[in-house]
Design a protein around this ligand. Sequence first.
Ligand SMILES: Nc1nc2c(c(=O)[nH]1)N[C@@H](CN(C=O)c1ccc(C(=O)N[C@@H](CCC(=O)O)C(=O)O)cc1)CN2
Length: 287
Amino acid sequence: MSDAIDSSKIIDGKAVAQKVEAEVSKTVAALKEKNIFPKLVTVLVGEDPASQMYVRMKHKACERVGILAEDCILPATITESELLNKIQALNADKTVSSILVQLPLPKHISAQTIMNAIDPKKDADGFHPFNMGNLLINEEGLVPCTPKGIIRLLEEYKIDVQGKNAVVVGHSNVVGKPMAAMLLNRNATVSVCHIFTKDLKSYTIEADILVIGVGVKHLIKEDMVKPGVVVFDVGINQDSTGTHGDVDFANVIHKASLITPVPGGVGPMTIAILMSHVVKCAETIGQ
Ligand SMILES: Nc1nc2c(c(=O)[nH]1)N[C@@H](CN(C=O)c1ccc(C(=O)N[C@@H](CCC(=O)O)C(=O)O)cc1)CN2
């Protein structure tokens, strides 16, 4: 049963993303004074409508903050070695500061092989093993954008992580694993749950901070969380009734102290942080 919603509990990802973008715009303007023109090339393989939409959103964000954006659209039939050649050409192109390969890739291409080929200095997504490795040893440089966005939201809402029980549901390279590392770097006690976890509720019920990104609509119910929990919902599930998160928002909000909505929570932060990473790449390589 869902009662009236207390909007003071809703984490406003759009507003924080705007704040991040305003910071990025200033840095971009300062870089341009020094003849450094940050440029992002997005590589999109195939015609997945969701991926097309995310790439469009990234280009629009580039436009808002003054970053140059270029599209590289490739057919789903491209071979892995052809795609590797394209990445190598972008690595060698001195006008390109960042390269982003939109995921998922078609099944015949190994995403990890492609990530490994991107120059780590141009890796705005933070997926290269060099950048992931640095994250693990608490040398956070270019790190995956979604978990970094969640860290920024924790900071903006002044939520101390140290000593808290943080539960991450999902163990992908894009969200779950880097999220766990970032929380561990901030001295949370971290549990990572996934599809093979027995008795998910026995973990989520202990969470002070709960992050979920598994793509199962409303997996997290009110009875699975404790009062006061802070919830970050990374799930995007589309159906005929609209876009839904992995959390049963209308009911869980009554137990939570803070919670991200879907849409308008974590998603906009992913893109804003990406913008900040493009600038970071440009600063590092001087282009
Ligand atoms: N190379 C990458 N591929 C993928 C990443 C990534 O970080 N790098 N993450 C996801 C998709 N993604 C960005 O690429 C992404 C997903 C969702 C949003 C977003 O803002 N969503 C909106 C809702 C949109 C809707 O209605 O469907 C929101 O939450 O408000 C931004 C980026 C996988 N691939």
